[in-house]
Design a protein around this ligand. Structure first.
Ligand SMILES: [Ca+2]
Ligand SMILES: [Ca+2]
Length: 386
């Protein structure tokens, strides 16, 4: 153990040095240097780099995993070509490898500072995501499984023929739910779902903090052109995107955190004797919001947590005095007390065009409390329906 600790310090120091030489969004590489001591660290971090080594795959008649140099690798000369079609009747398809010579690895202290990272590109064309579930398996073969959701983990908007990095933080794996023992992790696995044709390179464990994650998501956000169909209305740092923050006779509306989330909107109101339990959200600096590409294939989603059963309305408005109201209530959306729930509102059903909305001059949502209520709201977004 003492040796490992020492080694870790060496790695940390070298990583820090390495980092300053890298571009901001490059992963911290543990093995760039020529020093042999650094090379020893490979077993701590690498799942796939150039050759298969102990990487195993189980694809049956449903696909293949091969090392190839038929395209330019993300790093080095070779990458993996992975093709699968689970509908051909395989119960399980996937691959796996240890990053620590199959010894039990205690990641309990790394939960908030490491991540699984890999690079991915399509063989041809562009897709929104890949059916890859990443698992961290413990010594009893119980794994914590998480979907490699492009919307959360891809450093980019879509998977294309360009290499893009997918980074899945250790802290997001559901160890408790899946009863996986993070004191004794044996290997990382990919489980493939649906169908896919991708190249993958540099699967490894990298240093990665919540600050890194926040920066990555902010950067991805900046890639989104205005007027795109998918829009984030609120995830964190509400800033000037709302009016109505603070405490009045009718309500207390603040940005706060609760046990398992930071940066959520907390809203308590009593509109029984008072007509001003409301706030308004504009996610384009109080300028025109372009919803031209937001059509019936899309839905509005928000995460809602009710400290007590509450009903409120969301009035969508444009700058031309058009308005339409959406009601949110426990009965309509199956919301239970003290539990986060993602609710979806069908945009098509709002019939914005029919109502004469000027779709590139949207003002935003006005939230209006009914009776009295106490809710938290997070992750308001416009997304394609599944
Ligand atoms: Ca490679
Ligand atoms: Ca949030």
């Amino acid at each position: 153990m003492r040796f490992r600790k020492g080694l870790y310090i060496i790695i940390s120091v070298l990583s820090t040095i390495g980092l300053s030489a890298c571009k901001q969004f490059q992963p911290i590489s543990l093995y760039d240097g020529e020093e042999t001591r650094v090379k020893e660290a490979e077993s701590d971090a690498i799942i796939y780099k150039e050759s298969l080594g102990t990487l195993w795959s189980s694809m049956g008649d449903c696909g293949s995993v091969v090392v190839t140099d038929e395209v330019e690798a993300q790093e080095g000369n070779k990458c993996l070509r992975i093709m699968w079609d689970k509908s051909k009747g395989c119960e399980w398809v996937g691959l796996g490898n240890s990053w620590n010579n199959w010894a039990p690895t205690d990641i309990s202290e790394d939960l908030e500072r490491k991540a699984v990272s890999f690079y991915i590109r399509t063989i041809e064309g562009e897709v929104g995501g890949a059916g890859i579930v990443v698992a961290l398996d413990d010594m009893s073969e119980t794994g914590a499984y998480i979907f490699a959701d492009s919307k959360k983990y891809l450093r980019g908007l879509r998977i294309s023929e360009e290499w893009k990095q997918m980074v899945i933080p250790f802290w997001d794996f559901p160890y408790a739910r899946d009863e996986a023992d993070y004191y004794a992790i044996k290997q990382m696995k990919f489980q493939f779902e649906g169908g896919g044709r991708f190249y993958v390179d540099n699967i490894e464990i990298i240093n990665y903090t919540k600050e890194d994650y926040a920066k990555d998501r902010e950067w991805v956000e900046s890639l989104k052109p205005k007027g795109e169909p998918e829009q984030d209305l609120y995830t964190a740092k509400i800033g000037d995107a709302v009016w109505g923050l603070g405490t009045t006779m009718c309500q207390t509306f603040i940005e706060t955190s609760n046990n398992d989330r930071s940066d959520v909107l907390s809203w308590k109101w009593n509109a029984n004797d008072c007509g001003w339990a409301k706030w308004e959200l504009n996610w384009n600096n109080w300028d025109n919001i372009n919803m031209r590409k937001v059509d019936e294939t899309m839905e509005l989603q928000l995460d809602v947590y009710m400290n007590k059963m509450s009903t409120f309305n969301m009035n969508l408005k444009d700058f031309k005095y058009n308005s339409t109201s959406i009601s949110v209530s426990p009965e309509q959306h199956g919301i239970k007390n003290n539990e986060w729930k993602t609710i979806s509102i069908d945009i098509g059903a709002l019939e914005l065009k029919k109502k004469g909305f000027v779709l590139d001059q949207i003002r935003g949502f006005e939230f209006v409390g009914v009776g009295d209520g106490d809710v938290m709201i997070d992750n308001i977004r416009l997304v394609q329906k599944n």
